[in-house]
Design a protein around this ligand. Sequence first.
Ligand SMILES: [Cu+2]
Length: 182
Amino acid sequence: MRKLALSIAAAAIGIAGIATSAIADHHGGNKEKMPKADKAEVYIISPADGDEIEGPVTVLFGLKGMGVAPAGVEKKNTGHHHLLIDRDTPSKDDMKDALPADDHVVHFGGGQTQTTLELAPGEHTLQLLLADHNHIPHKPAIISDQITITVLGDDDDGEDEGDDDSEDDDDKKDGGLLDRLF
Ligand SMILES: [Cu+2]
């Protein structure tokens, strides 16, 4: 009820044209200045879960309640993004240590908030995980939902080539068999 009363008051003052911004700042200021890891949220802005898209795929990273800082820069309530590609969500034990760096765990230690991926046609999973200046995930972990996307491509060509190859193989096998028989 108090919140409602306050917004009605703010609206009334707004109509009157008196210093509404000062009231708005006061209202939300304290909370915004003290981001807490347990209230922070990381999420993939795009692509969306279930998207079927042409590659290359640009992934936009979203973060609320924390700031982005480059790897190696120790600053409270910050971290850098890690993109998990085609791998399971790390276990709690995995997240006690610094994250590995490989094709499936990509670090954005420069503080980047987006990337463009060359992904093979087909289904892929993507998930974002924030970690601190030492690449160790926060406690509790700030991790996004895992999304699944389908990268469109020349699947038909690929299959045709595959068929051709297997036909060639069959021919060779047949040839081999015939050679052996005769
Ligand atoms: Cu890292």
